[in-house]
Design a protein around this ligand. Sequence first.
Ligand code: SF4
Length: 191
Amino acid sequence: MGRPAAFVRLSGCIEPCCPWCDTAYARERGRSMDLPVILEKVAALGKDLVVITGGEPFMQWKTGLAELETRLLESGYRVQYETSGKAGIPDSVKGHVVCSPKFLEQRWCFDTQYVSRVDDFKFVVVDDCEHVSNFVRTHNIPSQKVWIMPLGATRNEQLARLADTWNFCETHNFNFTPRLHTLAFNNKRGV
Ligand code: SF4
């Protein structure tokens, strides 16, 4: 959080979908874009960091994303992924992987074989956070790799959960990360 970045948002996701998903438009409505066009748009933004998110970005690893990563790295960008892990994490991925596993229908939608490939975990929490601390403990994930974000698609929803989320972080020595763009711009898109 806090580093200006170019965002590439890929469409598509995998069931079960999250009831709180705030990017349903990305799950269902994508449009094709050729690699040179993406690279041109990224260059025009003038950032050194490119965040590739979704939907679920790794669904498109073999249909263009691997090549996009190669081209971005060759051009000197840092590449970071925002993934739920639902589509797995490719062995050959070179970028920084931030994974936000989803707890849905009383189970984690995440194959634990990928735990060691995740650079940082981000958990979006509501009120009951114990399943998160249990997950971290069960998989021996170092607390410095764990980031906790309050659920909330609007500024008011974020503010309402800040204190409880921070208290949870302090108790477990996790990192706290609010949604900066939501606090600053509320639910405006494209910022
Ligand atoms: S994994 Fe992400 S894109 Fe997919 S339904 Fe959940 S929040 Fe939405």
